[in-house]
Design a protein around this ligand. Structure first.
Ligand code: G1P
Ligand code: ZN
Length: 542
């Protein structure tokens, strides 16, 4: 017997989705009613759900399985006809987007805190993706948040837990639960976009690669596609089994957290190519032998070489990047005669551009690259696109990037993060920057052309987003940008983005930290970083 139980509840404060969904410590999510309130708020905010199909899965972190069971029972109580759930509760974020689109479902719920650590004392997260496959736009997340503040009860089916490990369809009360292979649909899509035969030939010729799945969700995808379909030797994928605590690591593919991979690519006898992905599989880092490709450059290089890939052979419609991302991609767009878009931080802002056919490729400096094939950034997709380019060009990664700089000039770029600083101090710093009148002022050797708090009007739906980061732009086009992270769960994180255009190839080999030293010093001074946060140095430099 199964019955729907209505459970009385009271609102929790702060169930406000951030840059990418609601993220909190696991212990916060495990409080009675906490997850349930938020899930009911989603179901109450997205329109009629009766008879619809929902996709469900997550990055496999601690609490993923338990949360799946709760959500399934609540979906059944809400009247969904069916939930498609990835086997074992596993579904990478881009694969979830792929499945939502392919089966035209009424969106999906993704359980992930992305690159944040996992485990009993670490982070958990949940977000709703709309039927187009992308993260819910702000109007929807605002509605969900408003609902969390007013919620009085939620509904849940009283039933035993369902088996999530065996593929197949079973009943949960009146609702069907289809447990499916989380890799198959995604792998099929990748095979259509890229020249798998050429990449197979590349590997067959002795090309060597290391892919660091960081004990996170991309492991099964990378193993099936790289080692299975593309014939890369066994062992190409490292840390390929998803763990609830990501092996105790921080599954963020950057130079600091993916150091195991970095050491291999910069070590003796390094392979030709290295890549890593994050907790939920939407981020990527790309390395050549002894060479690091910044995400901003990666977007630009992929855009410039896109027509080498079957899925993009017809050319690109446009390129979109988030505001703090370097303008390297804009130069490619200009050369291709296609539009370039500058959006606020967060993948959700690309959705309307992709849906309207205005942009094909999108990217963020935060190791996010993607295209109109899904509505999320896609780590393994970016890696496969690089492999396709490498298979076609047969040149080392470093040579490809240097040739790109020689042709377009180099947007020298770096991001400095100050993590875990006091929230009041962080807000004070931003207020201080907002209050400055800098236009025409000289800072060091630079003159300020303008400074503002970035605001964006979506060219498709006209929605306006304000306070998206302080930009100080200098007369030579150099700039420093300041914003506070919207994804953290403890204190505040200040992000400082520094960029300078360098047309002279004789200076392209310089270390960005040296080339940008003056601008970095200016950024620290103008924002009074040390005085206000007590930090003399950033926590992470990328
Ligand atoms: C960070 C990145 C941003 C990305 C988001 C989700 O957000 O900076 O580009 O879209 O994670 O992966 P932030 O913490 O800066 O708000
Ligand atoms: Zn992620």
């Amino acid at each position: 017997m199964t019955a729907v139980r209505t459970v009385a509840t009271t609102p929790f404060e702060g169930q406000k989705p951030g840059t990418s969904g609601l993220r909190k410590k696991v212990r916060v999510f495990r409080q009675p009613h906490y997850l349930e309130n938020f899930v009911q708020a989603i179901f109450d905010s997205i329109g009629e759900v009766a008879g619809k199909t929902l996709v469900l899965g997550g990055d496999g972190r601690f609490h993923n399985r338990a949360a799946c069971q709760t959500i399934l029972k609540m979906a059944a109580a809400a009247g969904f006809a069916k939930v498609m759930v990835g086997q074992g509760g596993i579904l990478s974020t881009p694969a979830a987007s792929c499945v939502i689109r392919k089966y035209r479902t009424f969106g999906g719920i993704i359980l992930s805190a992305s690159h944040n650590p996992g485990g009993e004392d670490e982070d958990f997260g949940i977000k709703y993706n709309i039927p187009a496959g992308g993260p819910a736009p702000e109007a929807v997340t605002e509605a969900i948040f408003a609902r969390t503040a007013a919620i009085r009860d939620y509904r849940i089916l009283e039933a035993a837990d369902i088996d999530l490990d065996a593929v197949g369809t079973r009943q949960l009360g009146p609702m069907a639960v289809e447990v499916f292979d989380p890799v198959a649909d995604y792998a099929e899509l990748m095979d259509r976009l890229f020249d798998f035969a050429a990449i197979r030939a590349l590997f067959a010729g002795g090309f060597r690669m290391k892919f660091d799945a960081m004990h996170a969700v991309t492991g099964p995808y990378a193993t099936a596609i790289l080692e299975g379909m593309l014939g890369a030797p066994a062992g190409t994928v490292m840390n390929g089994i998803p763990r609830e605590d990501f092996g105790g690591g921080h599954p963020d593919p950057n130079l600091v957290h993916a150091h195991e991979l970095v050491e291999i690519l910069f070590g003796e006898g390094a392979p030709d190519f290295g890549a890593a992905s994050d907790g939920d599989g939407d981020r990527n880092m790309v390395l050549g032998r002894n060479f690091y490709v910044t995400p901003s450059d990666s977007l630009a290089v992929l855009a410039a070489n896109a027509t080498l890939c079957p899925g993009y052979a017809g050319g690109l419609k446009g390129i979109a990047r988030s505001m703090p991302t370097s303008a390297a991609a804009d130069r490619v767009a200009e050369a291709l005669g296609i539009p370039a878009f500058e959006t606020p931080t967060g993948w959700k802002f690309f959705g309307t551009l992709l849906d309207a056919g205005l942009a094909t490729l999108c990217g963020e400096e935060s190791f996010g690259t993607g295209s109109d094939h899904v509505r999320e950034k896609d780590g393994l997709w970016a890696v496969l696109m690089w492999l396709n380019v490498l298979a076609a060009r047969r040149e080392p990664v470093a040579d490809i990037v240097r040739a790109h700089w020689a042709k377009f000039g180099r947007n020298v770029y770096s991001r400095h993060d100050y993590e875990g600083i006091d929230s009041a101090a962080a807000n004070g710093l931003m207020d201080h920057l907002r209050g400055l009148d800098l236009k025409g002022k000289r800072l060091g050797a630079y003159t300020v052309a303008f400074s503002d708090d970035f605001a964006y009007t979506d060219p498709v739906d006209g929605s306006v987003s304000t306070k998206q980061g302080i930009r100080i732009v200098f007369e030579d086009g150099s700039r420093v940008v300041f914003r506070l992270s919207g994804t953290g769960t403890e204190g505040a994180t200040l992000r400082v983005y520094i960029e300078q255009y360098e047309p002279d190839p004789a200076r392209h080999h310089l270390d960005p930290q040296d080339a940008l030293a003056d601008l970095i010093a200016i950024a620290r001074e103008v924002a009074q970083i040390e005085a206000r946060t007590g930090r003399a140095e950033p926590t992470v430099i990328t």
